[in-house]
Design a protein around this ligand. Structure first.
Ligand SMILES: [Zn+2]
Length: 194
């Protein structure tokens, strides 16, 4: 029943066609210094950064895994893009430097996750030209600034965070195979910030 709350749509189409929904930024890992919260759904003791309350009943708290499970129950889908890479070892090192977990399926395919949630897969296409690669994915997260700071700290090249005309605050991380991994959130969410 492990259903991470990551919904990624499309893969090898244009970047703007792809969307990933990722709740909780990578900076949240390792923060578990406070007692956890008991999820009202599964009863597990969860990191408080992965638990939220219902809008109408704030005494009911639900963890990220159960939200993912509920998402499936209401007909939502999870989609994981497949990114082409020219060198699997290089791609794996890049992803790990970016804070993702890489699980190899075989020499030519790997699953990339964040805190147990599927983010994208890697498919070895050794004769692809990175310059000609226009694939990518879009990770939507509330923590754009945290993601940016972490990737910069890891020494990875990222574009500055910008508010784009299409209503997203985002930046782009480009991997060695030319995949554009864009990270952002809707600027319309600004009104919800405190
Ligand atoms: Zn739960």
């Amino acid at each position: 029943m492990q259903i991470g709350r990551v919904a990624v749509t499309a893969a090898l189409t244009s970047v703007q066609d792809t969307r990933a929904v990722l709740v909780g930024g990578p900076g949240q890992r390792g923060r578990r210094t406070l007692p956890g919260v008991i999820c009202s759904c599964c009863g597990e003791d969860r990191d408080e950064s992965t638990v939220t309350s219902l809008l109408c009943h704030d005494e009911i708290q639900v963890c990220r895994i159960c939200v993912g499970w509920l998402n499936g129950r209401v007909g939502a889908i999870d989609v994981t893009p497949t990114l082409p890479v020219v060198d699997m070892d290089e791609a794996a090192r890049f992803c790990e430097a970016a804070g993702f977990e890489v699980n190899r399926y075989d020499d030519g395919f790997a699953f990339v996750q964040l805190a147990g949630q599927s983010v994208f897969d890697l498919d070895l296409i050794p004769d692809m030209s990175p310059e000609a690669n226009h694939a990518g994915c879009y990770i939507i997260t509330a923590d754009v600034g945290d993601w940016h700071a972490r990737l910069v700290a890891a020494g990875l090249h990222v574009t500055p965070i910008e508010d784009m005309p299409w209503g997203m605050r985002e930046f782009t991380l480009t991997d060695p195979s030319g995949n554009n991994i864009r990270v952002g959130r809707s600027t319309s969410d600004d009104a919800e910030e405190v």
